[in-house]
Design a protein around this ligand. Structure first.
Ligand code: BTN
Length: 239
């Protein structure tokens, strides 16, 4: 992987998107000062200080879009969980790709695809990690959140953390493109906090409620509603 450090930027995803043709395959665009971060479903990702990570992995696997590309966020999610565990904490995955510790969000992932006349130009896997944010700052944002510093009581070296995530991601990447979600399904399910629970999932303007029974070999959520009807959800947000 190549690293492209930016002193300050509105959004690493936006930066990568706008310059996709100039950025090489397997480049990590990162900053410690992101002023207008984007989140999933048109939400924003707040800037919580420069002791945290704001990064986007740029990938150019092929010109034609393959289903497995949409599962790359789940791969990154498992990789992040593995790195968090090295700090002796217990991260849980909320489908599809949120990581929480004690029900508080510690990391978020936003994937974007850029297509042009010649097909897929590239994929951008953006991720933000709360590494050293203090409780006083986290309490100002609109959802329960935590940081690795709060969970461990230790200052976390952001460069070390980032490199660890990227190295691990690279170890899996080629096999993942070949084998898909099945490669990591067990590692994903082992950390899933939503399984066998009653959940409500928002998919665009629709909501589905029921028991989250499984995650399919493609990474989709299998939900059974109260009429015993099965729903296979490829995207969405557990509320
Ligand atoms: C979410 O949980 O809604 C996803 C948040 C993703 C935030 C990261 S921070 C780096 C990258 N650049 C962005 O603008 N967003 C992602």
């Amino acid at each position: 992987m190549d690293y492209l450090y930016l002193e300050e930027i509105d959004s690493t995803n936006k930066y990568a998107k706008e310059r996709i043709s100039d950025i090489k395959d397997k480049t990590v665009v990162y900053t410690f000062k992101q002023t207008a971060g984007r989140g999933r479903l048109q939400r924003k990702w707040s800037y919580l200080g420069e002791d945290n990570i704001y990064a986007s992995i740029v990938l150019k696997p092929s010109r034609d879009y393959k289903e497995v590309y949409s599962n790359l966020t789940q791969l990154l999610c498992v990789v992040l969980a593995e790195v968090f565990e090295e700090y002796n904490i217990c991260p849980k995955i909320k489908w599809p790709n949120d990581i929480r510790v004690n029900r508080k969000k510690i990391s978020g992932i936003l994937a974007e695809a850029v297509s042009g006349v010649n097909g897929l130009e590239g994929l951008i896997l953006g991720f933000g990690v709360n590494l050293n944010t203090k409780i006083e700052i986290l309490s100002k944002i609109d959802q329960p959140a935590t940081s690795l510093n709060i969970e461990t009581g230790k200052y976390i070296d952001k460069e070390v953390f980032l490199k660890n995530v990227i190295d691990k991601f690279c170890l899996y990447y080629n096999n993942f493109i070949e084998e898909g979600f099945l490669l990591i399904r067990k590692d994903y399910l082992r950390r899933a906090e939503f399984l066998n629970k009653e959940v409500t999932v928002k998919v665009f303007n629709k909501t589905y409620s029921g028991i989250a029974e499984d995650v399919t070999p493609d990474g989709a959520l299998k939900l059974r509603d109260k009429n015993n009807e099965e729903h296979i959800l490829l995207i969405g947000d557990i509320l």
